[in-house]
Design a protein around this ligand. Structure first.
Ligand SMILES: Cc1ncc(COP(=O)(O)O)c(C=O)c1O
Length: 446
């Protein structure tokens, strides 16, 4: 056999083993396989995660309620939404300012589609700039009191991409234990050393800085403007004071605070009356108050320039956002600035739910001042049961259970919007009280 023939033969046998030789029926894997491998390592149906999903479905169906997270919704997710053909009260959408069907936002997005079509066609560096991106970024930077901003395709991706780019092996990340998954995954990307500090424990943060600051080059401190699961607001001015002393960089995830907290609803800068430049890295998703999809980072010109040119998932290795997303975000930003009463209304609605819930003996955790209100439950099973029974009674509030929250932190999470009414909130609290009284005793199984 010539060298070429033996090479072709080796290739053919390899492809045969993989069952990928064109025109040749693949051999049964068991016979073709040279090694014995347990099916849970190559067959998705046997993956432990799939088995766990099936066991969970089986368990809940036997308890008499569905484990179906992909129920069909119709129309806009506002204070009410249609699910499986039923109109229900909706507390599971973060359409805080109720702008996702606002005629000004919709018209702006439609106009952008008329001009640019439904896709930017390539990454921003490659295709050149759609002016709408810059228009949104400039107006956002001005709103936050910083030099510049960059928007990207998804909140999750921009958050993870920015952190992954900024923190390398020789750097340190100190993060509040409750920050969002996009921050946690971003923190892993660059291989930086990571330590969590207990939720809102600034003494613990300072202790970590005192102990470790000197061994690292850059130090990133990560927190949220409003914590998405608990609805509480950290002491950002205190964190600014600490990060200054240690020459660290503070990043605040404003997914649940931008558009909501502060006298004008413009997030932590507005709420605490601080300078935009006091926070090194402003992040938010565009999927909540901005009523579209995408994410941004805002801060100094140097920060934004680096992210635009070098950060994977923001400027590199990713397509540009849809121009219609930038148009919708810009229209939403202008409404936010022109109509601060929207922010006041959503927080007033949440305050009303908090007051009524506490008066009725329900546990709202540490929630305050924001549009996120958890109603704590003794365990995951009770949270699931409560959510299912609420849904039967026409109220949609999603259960948050382990691993999204700690095992002992099961809850129903309520997102309020400007569109909710007092009557809807009263009805919901009355139902919660009634259901709490009739809930089966917690079994503590999950
Ligand atoms: C705190 C926080 N950060 C980041 C994100 C990611 O944003 P998106 O879902 O728009 O990608 C979310 C999404 O829910 C969030 O709650």
């Amino acid at each position: 056999m010539t060298t070429i023939e033996s090479h072709v033969e080796r290739l053919r046998s390899r492809l045969l083993r993989q069952g990928t030789v064109p025109g040749v029926a693949s051999e049964p894997r068991a016979r073709a396989s040279a090694v014995r491998v347990a099916p849970e390592h190559y067959d998705f149906a046997h993956f432990p995660e799939m088995r766990q999903y099936e066991r969970t479905c089986w368990y809940y169906e036997n308890q008499g309620f569905q484990w179906n997270m992909y129920r069909e919704h119709a129309g806009v997710a506002s204070a009410e939404v249609e699910i499986d053909g039923r109109r229900v009260l909706n507390f599971s959408s973060y359409n805080y300012l109720d702008l996702s069907d606002d005629v000004r936002v919709c018209e702006a997005a439609k106009r952008a589609i008329d001009v640019y079509g439904t896709s930017a066609g390539a990454g921003r560096i490659i295709r050149g700039e759609v002016p709408l991106f810059g228009a949104f970024e400039r107006e956002l930077a001005e709103t936050l009191g910083v030099e510049d901003a960059v928007m990207g395709v998804s909140g999750w991706g921009v958050n993870a991409g920015a952190i992954g780019f900024l923190a390398r092996k020789q750097d340190l990340i100190l993060y509040d234990e409750l920050v969002h998954n996009s921050m946690l995954i971003g923190a892993r990307i660059g291989g930086a050393r990571r330590f969590a500090f207990p939720h809102n424990d600034y003494d613990a943060l300072e202790q970590l800085l005192a102990e470790h600051r000197k061994q690292y080059e850059r130090v990133l401190i990560l927190t949220e403007g409003v914590f998405g699961m608990d609805g509480d607001i950290p002491d950002v001015p205190r964190m600014i004071e600490i990060k200054r002393r240690y020459r660290a960089l503070l990043m605040v995830d404003e997914a649940h605070s931008m558009g909501v907290i502060g006298p004008r609803g413009l997030g932590v800068v507005d709420y605490f009356g601080i300078d935009g430049a006091d926070i090194d890295i402003h992040f938010s998703t565009l999927s909540k108050s901005f009523s579209t999809i995408g994410g941004y980072v805002a801060g100094s010109r140097a920060l934004v320039t680096m992210l635009k040119h070098y950060a994977s998932g923001i400027g590199l290795y990713i397509a540009a956002p849809n121009p219609a997303n930038a148009a919708a975000a810009l229209a939403a930003l202008r409404i936010m600035r022109a109509e601060p009463e929207r922010a006041r209304r959503v927080v007033a609605n949440a305050d009303y739910l908090r007051e009524q819930a506490v008066a009725a003996g329900l546990d709202i955790g540490p929630s305050h001042g924001s549009a996120v209100v958890p109603i704590m439950q003794p365990d995951s099973e009770t949270a699931m049961w409560m959510s299912a029974r609420l849904f039967d009674a026409g109220v949609f509030a999603f259960p948050m259970i382990f691993p999204v929250v700690p095992r002992d932190g099961a809850r129903l999470r309520f997102f309020l919007s400007t569109a909710h009414t007092r009557e809807q909130i009263d009805r919901t609290v009355a139902l919660l009280v009634q259901l709490k009284a009739s809930a089966p005793a917690p079994k503590g199984l999950i």
